[in-house]
Design a protein. Structure first.
Length: 248
């Protein structure tokens, strides 16, 4: 029998690994986040054409790599040759698109807690949710703190639940839907992750009263971060790792 899940994630989460300080969704970003005192990182995971889970936010390669067009049209061998660092700065030239597996190994080796955002390429929601959850279960086997899986895609969340029911899940939304409690229950989630612009003290109270955690993305103003943490939210995502510092 599995022990009940206990929420012990840090309150401060480095968005896309290292926020604005490093190329998003890379191993370099995770290192920068750690350097700034962040003990938890969020990153986005999708599948290559041949089913390898990699870190990448957009459907297309153009913004964050020197590749072009849809990521879903490339095998991993092609993605592995891309430069995912030069778009950010010369310092990171040649930084690769990492596999989810490499990132998981790095996170476990360094004690970094993870929020794995399942970000499927169009039309691959169930396949991606299942693959990422299965991998996460294997890669964090025996870990004291499992990764928090989240997605805007409820199809991906449902597939993740089916593949790895014991891993904690969060439903990602922008605005708070009227039926949020029903959706969290339906997907067996432990948390609701919303756009901080839609947070109010009443939302925080209602989510907590229902027995769930509330995480907010993406806060880049230190005063707003203090306000939201003062309301008792469970975690905030930020790009501003230098300005918004986790408690020591
Ligand atoms: O998971 C929080 C946040 O990352 C969701 O939005 O577009 O930055 O992946 P996005
Ligand atoms: Mg994300």
């Amino acid at each position: 029998m599995t022990a009940p899940f206990s929420w012990t994630y840090p309150t401060h989460i480095a968005h896309r690994g290292g926020g604005r300080l490093a190329p998003e969704n890379t191993l370099a970003a995770l290192r920068v986040g750690r350097h700034h005192g962040y003990r938890m990182a969020e990153f986005d995971v999708k599948l290559s054409r041949d089913g390898v889970a990699v870190l990448l936010h957009d459907d297309d390669l153009d913004r964050t790599t020197n590749g072009h067009g849809p990521a879903a049209a490339r095998d991993y061998a092609e993605l592995a040759r891309l430069d995912a660092g030069s778009w950010h700065s010369a310092e990171y030239a040649g930084e690769p698109v990492p596999t989810f597996e490499a990132v998981a190994r790095h996170a476990r080796a360094t004690g970094l807690a993870c929020n794995v955002e399942i970000k499927p390429c169009p039309g691959r929601d169930a396949e991606t949710g299942e693959a990422v959850a299965r991998l996460a279960q294997r890669l964090w086997s025996g870990a004291a703190l499992p990764p928090l899986l989240s997605s805007f895609s409820e199809t991906a969340l449902a597939a993740a639940r089916h593949a790895a029911p014991d891993l904690p899940r969060a439903l990602l939304v922008d605005a708070v839907p009227a039926d949020w409690a029903e959706r969290l229950r339906q997907h067996g989630c432990v948390a609701l992750n919303i756009n901080h612009k839609n947070a109010t003290p009443q939302v925080v109270q209602a989510v907590h009263d229902a027995g769930y955690r509330l995480c907010l993305w993406t806060i880049n103003d230190p005063e707003r971060a203090s306000q939201l943490l003062g309301w008792g939210v469970d975690a905030i995502f930020t790009d501003e790792l230098a300005a918004i510092r986790p408690a020591a």
